[in-house]
Design a protein around this ligand. Structure first.
Ligand code: SAM
Length: 289
């Protein structure tokens, strides 16, 4: 079967269409068949699956997904890539290419048009919007089964790490509230065209049907987390009190921390997901009194 997962085929397509890479869209195309195999295997794609690919580029990963999945929906922002995709994917009748911005795409609508069901997201993400994409997917409570994505190495570390490490923060907590992250592969910059300045990692997020902790108000929970990490070198209490929009008073924070057996000087990066859930529930309750 044809593959674009090498430098020669990718260069041929680029030259044939006179395509100019656009930095602003985070365009670094994968040119390594071995890595494509790892991604598709890790995502465990079968003919029962509908896969959403974000940013298909010239269709390198899309083609592989089309061979394994029941259906593939690929959303690409760069209009110059659309005619290329129509050529490279011509022989696959189970692929729908959509020209658009993934952050403005009605993914729920796409799923219901296809009769519902759970979705697998597989992508080599545009790095400039990794966090907004991940957060949009999760916060819109789409029926996701898993999200298998190539991201910048440091971002994968932030997603996976726990309390106490300097990478731990709002992204770690959000990812671990919605899913179980699993590192799949380390990918050097030499596997892309053009070469990015950073190394990459493939990570799979197995989305929970139910979050592992109980939270009384999800929006409030994430607002508390963001405020707690807002001023990294300050205490969690300062971050929360200084975030005026939350309307919490120092005394409320200190009482909640004390009830949890934590000192008033504690820093956000030491609290686990469970502790953040408890803190946010307690603050929510005291804010309502
Ligand atoms: N999947 C291809 C591959 O692996 O070779 C390309 C990956 S490249 C890192 C990221 C792709 O996302 C590019 O094709 C880029 O044009 C596209 N992209 C960037 N921003 C996007 C957005 N907001 N919505 C949809 N696609 C986007």
């Amino acid at each position: 079967m044809e593959t674009l997962g090498n430098r020669k085929s990718t260069r041929e397509i680029i030259e044939k269409y006179g395509f100019d890479f656009r930095k602003k869209y985070g365009q670094n195309f994968l040119t390594d068949d071995g890595i494509l195999d790892r991604i598709v295997e890790a995502a465990v794609v079968t003919k029962d699956d509908c896969v959403l690919e974000i940013g298909p580029g010239i269709g390198t990963l899309t083609m592989r997904l089309a061979q394994e999945a029941g259906e593939v929906i690929a959303v690409e922002i760069d209009r110059n890539l659309i005619p290329i995709l129509h050529e490279t994917l011509a022989e696959y009748d189970n692929v729908t290419v959509i020209h658009g911005d993934i952050l403005k795409t009605d993914i729920r609508g796409l799923i219901s048009e296809r009769g519902g069901g759970r979705l697998k997201v597989v992508a080599n993400l545009p790095y400039y919007i990794t966090t907004p994409i991940i957060m949009t997917l999760f916060e819109s409570h789409l029926p996701l089964e898993s999200v298998t994505v190539m991201v910048q190495k440091e971002v994968a570390q932030r997603m996976k790490t726990g309390p106490g490490s300097k990478e731990y923060g709002a992204l770690s907590l959000a990812v671990q509230y919605y899913s179980r992250p699993e590192i799949v592969a380390a990918v050097p910059a030499s596997c892309f065209m053009p070469r990015p300045k950073v190394d990459s990692t493939v990570i799979r997020l197995d989305v929970y049907k139910e979050p592992p902790v109980e939270v009384s108000d999800e929006k409030w929970f994430f607002a508390v987390i963001r405020a707690s990490f807002n001023q990294r070198r300050k205490t969690l209490a300062n971050g929360l009190v200084n975030a005026g929009h939350l309307g919490v008073k120092r005394q409320q924070v200190e009482e909640a921390l004390a009830a949890m057996g934590l000192p008033a000087s504690v820093r956000g990066e030491t609290l686990s997901l469970e502790q953040f859930a408890e803190l946010s529930n307690r603050l929510k309750e005291s804010a309502q009194v």
